[in-house]
Design a protein around this ligand. Structure first.
Ligand SMILES: Cc1ncc(COP(=O)(O)O)c(C=O)c1O
Length: 376
């Protein structure tokens, strides 16, 4: 048997929507992007959404839109993909890490206040594997210290916790539609936003700061565009938007299917010695983006290789950012600074996980994992 790490479920309806776009005039940013933004914001229960090319672009643009740059500090965690911290560095600001909760991998809200300095401008919580951080606690801290919250929501379109949805307490949240995400257009992203003014800024800064995009200029009496702000080239295309539009309608159904596969894994791995799982908190509805297990650090890489040899797609989410050479060299970081993130990073294995994964495949992955653990 072979079990791929991920399989998208782009359907005939998605392909049809894409074909309609391809038959039209505008394949870059236009009506479909506008339609997607409205529908996505509505699904999330937030006032606005802005389509961009990736979550990385979304995090970067959101930071800039709030005026964060050189000399500023942004608090985040090292238990994330490098994109999170890189987006902070791209603005010229400094990424300040605090450790995560050992059992969830999410930022430990109790450690945030100690990391706040006069230079702190924002908190960037990462909703790891699809579970929201303690946003109620983080919001309280942000209010008290007048900080912005920019959520890294790359894993968490469907997430809710304590009655609050992703993006609802943050000033902005960045979502990813990368190839393996719960909703995908191959590459893509969106920013959810609370403020109309910031939304307007983002719609310009995602396309060089131009006052009008091509579709807005088309069909009217010729008029020149202007540039008021220095922007980037991060605009979502109609191609991406048309692939995503129908996926919003399926996201809840897919989450139910994810839940089913999740439970299959938990059942197959229940009581297996040497395997543990991240915890999902009471009152939390995870987007169930990645299914991870943790094993003894000295066995981890060998087990990974054995699973690969059994034709099973695996990954490591994540080796902590502060252990990456660039961060060690340029930010003076080293192992030992964030023990919980390191403990997760040393022991985690991500197993194949997607809504259409079937029981025989889950059984094969779990049997292979048990066998690999026994023989390592
Ligand atoms: C936690 C996290 N943040 C940000 C990103 C970046 O997303 P994108 O590839 O859309 O830029 C990823 C990508 O996998 C991620 O896992």
């Amino acid at each position: 048997m072979r079990v791929d790490f991920f399989r998208h479920n782009i359907t005939a309806a998605d392909r049809k929507a894409l074909e309609r776009t391809l038959k039209g005039l505008f394949i870059s940013t236009g009506d479909e992007v506008g339609e997607f933004e409205k529908k996505f914001a509505n699904y999330l229960g937030v006032p606005y959404a802005v389509g961009v090319t990736s979550a990385t672009a979304g995090l970067h643009l959101a930071l800039e839109a709030f005026g964060i740059g050189k000399g500023d500090e942004v608090i985040t965690t090292p238990m994330t993909f490098i994109a999170t911290a890189n987006s902070i560095l791209h603005t010229g600001a400094h990424s300040v890490f605090v450790d995560v909760e050992r059992d969830t991998g999410n930022i430990d809200a109790n450690l945030i206040e100690k990391a706040i300095t006069k230079k702190t401008k924002a908190i960037m919580p990462v909703h790891l594997y699809g579970q929201l951080c303690d946003m109620t606690a983080i919001k309280k801290i942000a209010r008290a210290h007048k900080l912005k919250i920019i959520e890294d929501a790359a894993h968490s379109v469907e997430a809710k916790r304590d009655g609050v949805g992703v993006g609802q307490l943050g000033d902005a949240a960045a979502f990813s539609f990368y190839a393996t995400k719960n909703m995908t257009s191959g590459e893509g992203g969106a920013i959810s936003v609370q403020s109309a003014k910031i939304t307007k800024y983002l719609r310009q800064s995602r396309i060089h700061g131009m006052s009008k995009d091509a579709a807005e200029r088309f069909g009217k009496k010729f008029s020149h565009y202007d540039m008021h702000i220095l922007g980037w080239k991060y605009n979502m295309s109609n191609i991406q938007a048309s692939l995503l539009l129908n996926q919003i309608d399926r996201v809840e159904k897919n989450l139910k299917m994810r839940e089913r596969v999740w439970k299959m894994y938990l059942k197959e791995l229940a009581g297996v010695e040497g395997v543990s799982f991240p915890v999902i908190r009471e009152g939390s509805r995870s987007a169930l983006h990645l299914f991870t297990v943790q094993v003894a650090p000295k066995k981890r890489d060998k087990v990974l290789w054995k699973l690969e040899a059994a034709k099973i797609g695996v990954a490591v989410n994540f080796r902590p950012v502060h252990t990456m050479t660039y961060y060690k060299k340029n930010l003076g970081l080293k192992r030992g600074m964030f023990p919980n993130a390191e403990a997760i990073g040393d022991s985690v294995i991500t197993l194949p996980f997607y809504p259409t994964l079937k029981l025989p495949a889950v059984k094969y992955v779990c049997d292979s994992l048990k066998k690999a653990l026994k023989s390592t």
